[in-house]
Design a protein around this ligand. Structure first.
Ligand code: FPP
Length: 247
């Protein structure tokens, strides 16, 4: 049986989030400039989006550019932004054809105008699609997101719109960038690093974490199937005992 056939389609993760890491090392190993690694990484994005749509995974969130990535050399940032624009332009048709909705989280205002315009255009054109929600985390940092949330809630408390004793998980969820997304079930990080790097800190509270040594440009559909199969072998207890789950 192929890996894909072994997947239990009734126990799929609803929401997969991925820290796509290792583009630079992939390029370096081959004596290429880093941007070639990012271009190959964009090809992996296409394959993984396609695999998720085929499997019927409903939400895929990709860490495409972190707030910390602004500290990279200007040339690399410029090339990444260009790659984003060209990928958005190129893939709009595929998104439409496959009924995929594009969404973005992060400090979108801090992106160059050319990127945010292209992004809003694709988001607007795909807004009614329902098969898969593809979320790009762009200029995203989880701590900044949490600070923004605290500020918004504090202001509402100050204006008597929320009373402090009513602040609960759902109020916080409703103020995060991810307010329209379910909690993450499976978080994948490629390239051998075992860190979260300021990605969805609140939202991964009960996610299963999966780390692989495969570099992002080498990460293909079979690697995704392996991650999902590994996830399906785990028992998600959400704080309960095994016995309680089997009652
Ligand atoms: C991490 O590899 C990757 C990034 C910072 C950028 C991710 C971007 C892409 C996969 C390409 C385009 C994306 C879309 C959505 C079309 P790294 O540069 O940190 O690699 P290293 O750790 O080996 O140096």
């Amino acid at each position: 049986m192929s890996l894909k056939e072994q997947i239990n389609t009734s126990k799929l993760p609803d929401h997969i989030a991925i820290i796509m890491d290792g583009n630079g090392r992939w390029a370096k190993k081959r004596g290429f400039f880093r941007n070639i690694g990012h271009e190959s990484g964009a090809k992996s994005v296409k394959k993984i989006v396609e695999a998720c749509a085929e499997l019927n995974v409903k939400f895929l969130t990709l860490y495409a550019f972190s707030t910390e990535n602004w500290n990279r050399p200007k040339l690399e940032i410029d090339l990444l932004m260009k790659l984003l624009i060209s990928s958005l332009k190129k893939e709009l048709k595929t998104l439409q054809k496959n009924n995929i909705k594009l969404h973005a989280i992060g400090n979108i205002n801090s992106l160059p105008d050319t990127v945010s315009k292209e992004l809003s255009d694709v988001i607007e054109k795909t807004k009614d699609n329902t098969r898969l929600t593809l979320t790009l985390a762009l200029s995203y940092g989880s701590r900044e997101e949490i600070i923004k949330t605290i500020k918004e809630i504090s202001l509402k408390v100050k204006n008597n719109l929320i009373s402090p004793e009513n602040i609960d998980i759902s109020i916080i969820n409703n103020h995060l960038y991810t307010r329209n997304l379910p909690e993450v079930d499976l978080l994948i990080r490629t390239s051998g690093e075992q860190r979260i790097s300021n990605f969805l800190l609140w939202q991964i509270a009960y996610a299963e974490l999966y780390f692989t040594d495969v570099l992002w440009p080498d990460f293909g559909k079979e690697n995704l199937y392996e991650a999902i199969l590994n996830y399906q072998k785990r028992e998600r207890r959400f704080g309960k005992t095994s016995e309680q789950l089997n009652e």
